[in-house]
Design a protein around this ligand. Structure first.
Ligand code: FAD
Length: 418
């Protein structure tokens, strides 16, 4: 059923996808409340010093550009080909977008969503043909902590774009915190090191755990900063991140190639095929990892390894507690909404550019008018691209407006430069 304007849409998070969703909804005349736990784009701020592998042309929507230009005709955007840092993306695109007339008044910062439920119905209430009001007719009740005070909001539609970066995976074997992991305090961190961290890590023994692009980026930065680096992975070979053949995003392949070169000339030590069994601090403030390692014959050894600091970059997981009282069907493997997760798991490509979003049907949950978009829609899977999120927005408003051909972006599409 179409959701007619001016229905109220509540968006969880004013990150890249929350902002774009808010703008799109406002452009179509919906009333919007975008609740952001911190400041606009606060997850992107965490990796502001990291260079993006997708060029700016893939990191902005035509509607976003038009809104910023109409707000400030002299605004300077990065060039289409430029791979900006996260910080440049924030300063030159995301923050200006949040300041535009259509969305500015609708964003509430320092407003963390604690829970989303229905107002009268409970999770166990199923829609039956009994003449009772349906779940769809029962407004959402959203509890927020706004500037330290808790209160409730209501909405007709809720879109969760809260991302996953606030919930890094632990580094212990099996994906649970290893005994001691939560006790060692600051000796372990779970994000790409900041420039200040890198200065402190010079000449220190630093271990990086993980085998994705964030781990690779951290390994390169640490080597450059003259730390003594060990790469710990449960993968069986020491080239766990290999370049994608004829990669259309050259920066991504460059990272993999540089890492391979550093491993080949032993500038980075590797510990492969391992499981982290136990973690403790030593008397001289080192972090000690009790590690099981399997050799080529699958013989297990267990040894302690000491480091000045350990960085866990083993991915992220979605916070499912926000919508626990709703009827959301999650994938047992990825914890993403089941339909999209099943489609993603069926695709074999490891290149996120080749992953197909599929049709809008995949965004529909058992809970009417509740949607998960952006990085959180991939659950624990990596490989989400902002560009995919823009496709999700178009599909979502086709569903909400019950208009198959609605695509606001085509109205604002401009020819690409250079
Ligand atoms: C190092 C790194 C490099 C990357 N490079 C690229 C790249 O080159 N190209 C690309 O397309 N993608 C890249 N990505 C992925 C990128 O993060 C996403 O494309 C994009 O940021 C996803 O936006 P999002 O809005 O879904 O999530 P997020 O950016 O995580 O935003 C979520 C927002 O929700 C807020 N929030 C969380 N919980 C709550 C709550 N309970 N209540 C209210 N607000 C809440 C957060 O504070 C945050 O502002 C990269 C990611 C990382 C970590």
């Amino acid at each position: 059923m179409a959701i007619d304007t001016p229905a109220t849409i509540l968006i969880i998070g004013a990150g890249p996808l929350g902002l774009e969703t808010a703008l799109y909804a406002r452009y179509l005349g919906y009333d919007v409340i975008a609740c952001e736990a911190g400041d606009v784009g606060s997850h992107v701020k965490q990796w502001e010093h990291v260079e993006m592998f997708s060029p700016f042309s893939m990191n902005a929507s035509p509607l976003g550009i038009a809104a910023i230009e109409s707000h400030d005709p002299n605004h300077q955007f990065p060039s289409n080909q430029q791979c900006t840092t996260g910080g440049q993306w924030l300063q030159q695109y995301l923050i200006p977008l949040s300041q535009t007339d259509l969305v500015k008044k609708h964003i509430r910062t320092n407003c963390q969503v604690l829970s989303v439920s229905r107002t009268w119905k409970q999770k166990t209430d199923l829609d039956k043909d009994s003449g009772e009001a349906t779940r769809e007719q029962d407004p959402f009740r959203i509890i927020v902590d706004e500037q330290g005070t808790q209160h409730a909001l209501t909405a007709d539609v809720v879109i969760d774009t809260s991302g996953v970066l606030a919930n890094p995976n632990p580094i212990g074997a099996g994906g649970v915190p290893a005994p001691g992991e939560q006790q060692v305090g600051q000796g372990i961190s779970y994000s790409i090191p900041s420039p200040e961290d890198l200065i402190q890590f010079r000449d220190k023994q630093v271990a990086v755990v993980g085998s994705g692009h964030s781990a690779a980026t951290a390994l390169l930065m640490l080597t450059e900063a003259k730390a003594m680096v060990t790469w710990i992975t449960r993968q069986t070979n020491e080239h766990a991140i290999s370049p994608i053949e004829q990669d259309p995003l050259p920066l991504r392949s460059q990272i993999a190639a540089q890492l391979k070169e550093l491993v080949d000339r032993n500038a980075i030590q590797t510990l492969t095929n391992v499981a982290i069994d136990q973690i403790r601090s030593s008397d001289n403030a080192e972090i000690e990892l009790g590690i099981y390692q399997a050799d080529a014959e699958d013989e297990l050894t267990r040894e302690w390894h000491s480091f000045d600091h350990v960085i866990g970059l083993t991915g992220y997981r979605p916070d499912l507690s926000i919508f626990r009282e709703l009827q959301i069907h999650q994938c047992y493997a990825t914890e993403g909404p089941i339909k999209l997760a099943a489609s993603l798991l069926n695709q074999s490509s490891h290149d996120c550019l080749k992953v197909e979003q599929g049709d809008g049907e995949l965004l529909i949950n058992p809970e009417p008018n509740f949607y998960v978009l952006g990085m959180k829609s991939y659950g624990r899977m990596s490989g989400f691209l902002f560009q995919t999120g823009l496709q999700q927005i178009v599909q979502l408003f086709q569903i909400l407006g019950d208009r198959e051909t609605l695509d606001v972006y085509t109205t604002f599409q401009k020819p690409q430069d250079g």
